[in-house]
Ligand binder design. Structure first.
Ligand code: NI
Length: 179
């Protein structure tokens, strides 16, 4: 197991469309997931995608099973390993909220996301995941899955007047987690 360096915006490896995983329940896949979990915990992230540690595979992890202090009213997001995901918007409604990213340290922006989605994929054992999510849960899934198609949240920003440095936007709350 190992904590990996997290690639930062500007690294071309963050712009690739990731490859699908073809073999499940292998030692290599379980090692990758463990490394991602350690790396995310070390960085206090709410989620992490394999491309962020330079691995060109469709693997994301998210959720802590606990209420996120930034979204105290949102129900906890289950601890999830999601592989080869597909997302479907279930409603044309979008919502706006602040996002950060471990690959874009020190910055925050308001990002529009689908309010309600269905996400499908597999876990590391090859078991099917098929869920409906809304609000913060749906936002985190969309943010992480965007990493698998080479999209970082600044590419989704529409109103750049709400894009800035975390310590300026939220003075005194510098310990906020990044996504
Ligand atoms: Ni991110």
């Amino acid at each position: 197991m190992a904590i990996h360096d997290i690639l930062k915006m500007g690294d071309p490896r963050l712009l690739r469309v990731a490859q699908a995983v073809t073999a499940f329940d292998t030692p290599q896949l379980h090692d990758l997931v463990r490394d991602m979990q350690e790396t995310m915990a070390h960085a206090h992230g709410a989620g992490l995608a394999a491309p962020q540690i330079g691995v060109d595979l469709q693997v994301v992890i998210f959720g802590s099973g606990q209420v996120n202090p930034r979204y105290p009213d949102a129900p906890p997001i289950p601890v999830t390993v999601l592989i080869n995901p597909t997302l479907t918007a279930l409603d044309p409604l979008e919502s706006e909220d602040w996002e950060g990213c471990l690959s874009v340290p020190g910055l925050r922006a308001v990002v529009p996301r689908w309010q309600r989605i269905r996400y499908q994929g597999m876990d590391a054992h090859g078991l099917v995941i098929d869920r409906v999510a809304e609000g913060f849960h749906a936002r985190v899934v969309q943010h992480e899955c965007d990493h698998l198609i080479g999209k970082l949240y600044p590419m989704r920003v529409r109103d750049f007047s709400r894009f800035g440095y975390t310590d300026v936007l939220f003075p005194g709350i510098s310990a906020l987690e990044d996504d």
